[in-house]
Design a protein around this ligand. Structure first.
Ligand SMILES: [Zn+2]
Length: 398
């Protein structure tokens, strides 16, 4: 039986997922979290023929693995979709899924419950087709991508410990059905300049930490020009930085004793945390060489690697072939600006690509997903999974 994705069934489960509040409580205090959506998702997974495992590294923040079991003779593929959403401020009816002109509206429809519904529908279609499947297909429906990615991170720890196994991943964040093989990373840094507090009239004692931070800002602007002049990554362009927040001083008649600056440095492969930290060390060292009295401390407060698929990764070939078959043309190959869970899976040594539906309004007051693109995504995922999970298997014998 050929692969047949049921668009009505997909739309119905998508509507139910959107109607279920799953706002991330780390972003919005007192929000519901992922408990209710885990129950709804688990039911849909079981109806699709999957075995469901539930993981809850933090109370109220469950993730699910739905498993379509193969014969055990092929590699295992993970389809990854986060089911937490951001808040709903400014939205008219966030949990009331409305369909208009092939668009389904509601919080999380585009980011990324449309993807989750497509993953479930893809496995259901494989199960119904009675196609031979050597390796397992897993759906990871994960918590907390919008904040700290505890869901995917926990699954990777379990893989490291040998409790879970998967050889490649498709992260299904929306890409308008383009094949995304790279995205940017970021590093958050804090710099603090030290001065000496004194009465505003006591110029011979006071040292102004805010004016000292001016030197840092001037050097950062020069560094930014240098970064932007680089050719950068072929799909992602040059790296960048911005001085996001600054705070210094205690009163208008007091020499400022300290000034704190928060910087976000957006990275492209192959830049690492070390690359960024070396830049800052060099910058502050040169300021100290110019003025031995200059004092500043720094630290990295958060880091996320950029992501890039190895060009010869089998999963990239499987998805590309499947997408060409469904779309009738080779998919666009793109890099994306935003960070995704693909960086985590890739860093753990799991070959990863990103492909997802079309839509608009992630984190915005009006959010919708294009239903036809969800159906096409389900078809692409099903064909790619069959291809990937049957690698190395002689189909004549199987
Ligand atoms: Zn997302």
């Amino acid at each position: 039986m050929p692969i047949s994705v049921d668009s009505t069934h997909l739309t119905r489960s998508l509507a139910e997922l959107v109607a279920t509040n799953s706002i991330n409580p780390s972003l919005v205090p007192e929000a519901d979290g992922e408990a209710a959506i885990a129950d709804v998702t688990a039911r849909h997974m079981r109806e699709a023929g999957l075995q469901v495992e539930r993981y809850e590294p933090k109370p109220g923040r469950p993730s699910l693995i739905g498993r379509l079991v193969g014969t055990g003779q092929g590699p295992t593929l993970m389809l990854n979709a986060h089911y937490d959403t951001v808040g709903v401020e400014g939205m008219q009816a966030p949990f009331n899924p409305i369909i208009e002109n092939d668009r389904l509206y509601g919080r999380g429809s585009y980011d990324m419950k449309g993807s989750l519904a497509a993953c479930i529908e893809a496995t259901r279609a494989i199960a119904m087709s009675e196609q031979a499947l050597a390796g397992d297909v897993l759906i990871a429906a994960v918590a907390d991508e919008e904040y700290a990615s505890i869901g995917t991170a926990d699954l990777l720890v379990r893989r490291e410990r040998g409790e879970l196994d998967f050889d490649a991943a498709i992260v299904t964040e929306p890409t308008s059905l383009a094949l995304c093989v790279a995205h940017r990373g970021f590093t958050w840094l804090e710099i603090e300049t030290q001065g000496l507090a004194a009465h505003g009239s006591r110029y011979h004692i006071g040292v102004d930490a805010n004016i000292r931070m001016g030197r840092v800002l001037r050097e950062l602007e020069a560094l930014l020009s240098d970064l932007q002049a680089r050719p950068g990554h072929p799909l992602l362009g040059p790296p960048s930085l911005h001085a996001s927040m600054i705070e210094g001083g205690v009163g208008i008649s007091t020499y400022s004793p300290s000034c704190k600056l928060k910087i976000e440095r957006r990275t492209v492969p192959p830049e690492s945390q070390k690359t960024i930290e070396n830049e800052i060390v060099n910058l502050l060292d040169s300021l100290q060489d110019d003025d031995p009295n200059f004092e500043a401390t720094w630290k990295t407060s958060f880091h996320r690697d950029p992501f890039e698929t190895l060009p010869d990764a089998p999963i990239a070939r499987c998805v590309s072939t499947a997408a060409a078959g469904v779309l009738g043309k080779q998919p666009d190959v793109i890099g994306d600006s935003a960070w995704m869970d693909s960086a985590l899976t890739s860093e753990a040594g799991v070959d990863t690509v990103v492909i997802g539906p079309h839509g608009q309004g992630a984190h915005a007051a009006v959010e919708w997903v294009d239903i036809t693109s969800c159906v096409q995504l389900a078809e692409i995922l099903a064909h790619a999974a069959i291809d990937f999970c049957n690698q190395g298997v002689d189909r004549q014998i199987a």
